[in-house]
Design a protein around this ligand. Structure first.
Ligand SMILES: [Zn+2]
Length: 163
């Protein structure tokens, strides 16, 4: 970290605090050369590692785009999408790791999306979990039904994949 005034390479951190819910750190620094003080804000970088090994910075906008596609024709507003992306970011950041496998981002999307819109959830899950048969959908739908309060099925219909 070079001093912005005299380009001196050494500086002392005199104060450090987390801002934006810990997503960034604001540091107050004092230059060892000229003694002037300045502030730096360092954002905690979150990297998504794809299955191919390619990495890219986590992007809330990208989450929104993926979910928006699943929400086509559904009564889901832009605000709800932004909120969902915010929750996803909080979830993946909460792991404390700087590198997140892309499938964990997908997992973090599934939970809030299920609450938001079940049809969009099924669409997203079918791609994300690569549903290959109608049974995969049936199982997921049975699971969704089972979660609805007051609508617990009294008996299980069918015999596929008992969990
Ligand atoms: Zn300086």
């Amino acid at each position: 970290m070079r001093c912005p005034f005299c380009r001196h390479p050494d500086c002392r951190v005199i104060d450090s605090r987390e801002v934006d819910d810990g997503k960034a750190t604001r540091r107050r620094r004092s230059c060892a050369g000229c003694g002037r003080r300045f502030t730096t804000v360092e954002e905690a970088v979150l990297t998504v590692v794809k299955r191919s090994g390619v990495t890219e910075p986590f992007s809330r906008e990208k989450v929104v785009r993926g979910v928006r596609r699943a929400c086509q024709g559904r009564p889901v507003g832009e605000d709800a999408l932004q909120q969902l992306a915010h929750r996803v970011e909080e979830t993946v950041r909460a792991s404390g790791s700087a590198e997140i496998p892309s499938h964990e981002v997908g997992l973090a999307i599934l939970g809030p999306l299920k609450e938001l819109d079940e049809v969009a959830y099924l669409r997203f899950a079918s791609v994300y979990r690569s549903f290959s048969s109608i049974e995969d959908f049936e199982k997921e739908i049975a699971d969704l039904r089972g979660r609805l309060p007051g609508k617990q099925p009294s008996r299980r219909v069918g015999s596929c994949g008992s969990e």
